[in-house]
Ligand binder design. Structure first.
Ligand SMILES: C[S@@+](CC[C@H](N)C(=O)[O-])C[C@H]1O[C@@H](n2cnc3c(N)ncnc32)[C@H](O)[C@@H]1O
Length: 269
């Protein structure tokens, strides 16, 4: 179905199946995992997990609306037991391929995250999503955030990474892509910290904080060099050796592209 106001398609398995149709080169899957591993978002996620649980070893982790499950793969690499959940067959095919190409394993479940079965509730130490909940509006927007807490054991933690309403490069890029008719990710409504706080209040979550990815990285959305390279379909530099650990700033949690809600179930401190 087309949302005529924004000329973007509604969130549906068919929309995502279309986006996950193509397989990139093996080298791209290996590079993309290494790239995320060098990101400040991952470094901050890893630090929070180690602080909470000591290590990843044996932790039960679920990534909701996982796509290829990049962050779950990084946790699998460190010994966590992974469940990949997505309602798109295409996403699950790509996730299986992505894990296999990176020498990792997981359980793969085809399931609508808004209709979670009882056997998944209260079962996980960590739940997370990276680019899922911004695709929902109305009551479903609260429900999809709540789902992250519903799957957690007592004392479990969640990471919900969403686009930040106050990241200007992303807003410019999205506006231009929608105007040009090249936007492919369907309905997408960025968040503010204020909205996330309101949702936490509504679902009874009191222990939470925010962090971000790198504000500097978001300038890639509007980098002329990047845009030209993309238009000319130039090859990406896939050398893992060129990657450097990203550094963060205190501004990231306010203005970067990815705004991460780090929440804890129950009265944990
Ligand atoms: C932007 S992608 C996530 C990308 C991912 N973080 C990665 O590393 O590849 C969003 C995913 O959410 C899935 N999704 C959207 N709505 C869903 C729902 N109700 N239940 C399960 N999955 C859903 C889509 O199929 C899609 O694969």
């Amino acid at each position: 179905m087309i949302n005529s106001e924004k000329n973007t398609e509604n969130n549906s398995p068919q929309l995502w199946d279309g986006l996950w149709q193509k397989s990139p080169l093996i080298e791209e899957d290996i590079f993309d995992l290494a790239k995320e591993e060098h990101s400040i978002r991952w470094q901050r996620t890893e630090k929070a997990v180690v602080k909470q649980f000591g290590s990843f070893n044996g932790l039960k982790v679920i990534e909701l609306g996982a796509g290829v499950g990049t962050n779950a793969a990084l946790m699998a690499k460190r010994g966590a037991k992974i469940t990949i959940l997505d309602y798109s067959e295409g996403a699950l095919r790509r996730a299986r391929e992505f894990f296999e190409r990176n020498g990792l394993s997981a359980e793969f479940i085809k399931q609508d995250a808004l209709l979670l079965p009882a056997n998944l509730l209260g079962k996980y130490d960590i739940s997370m999503s990276f680019g899922l909940t911004e695709h929902f509006s109305g009551p479903a927007r609260i429900k999809i955030n709540k789902a992250h807490f519903d799957v957690l054991k007592d004392k479990g933690i969640t990471f919900i990474s969403v686009p930040n309403k106050y990241n200007l490069p992303y807003r410019i890029f999205k506006f231009l892509a929608e105007t040009a008719g090249t936007w492919k990710a369907g309905e997408e409504y960025p968040y503010s910290r204020r909205e996330l706080r309101k949702i936490c209040k509504e679902i009874g979550i009191t222990k939470y904080s925010f962090f971000g990815d790198s504000i500097f990285y978001s300038f890639n959305f509007i980098s002329p060099l990047r845009i030209i390279k993309k238009l000319l379909k130039m090859d990406r530099d896939l050398s893992v050796l060129h990657l450097k650990k990203e550094k963060g700033t205190f501004l990231d949690q306010y203005l970067s592209y990815a705004l991460v809600l780090y929440g804890k179930k129950s009265s944990l401190t």
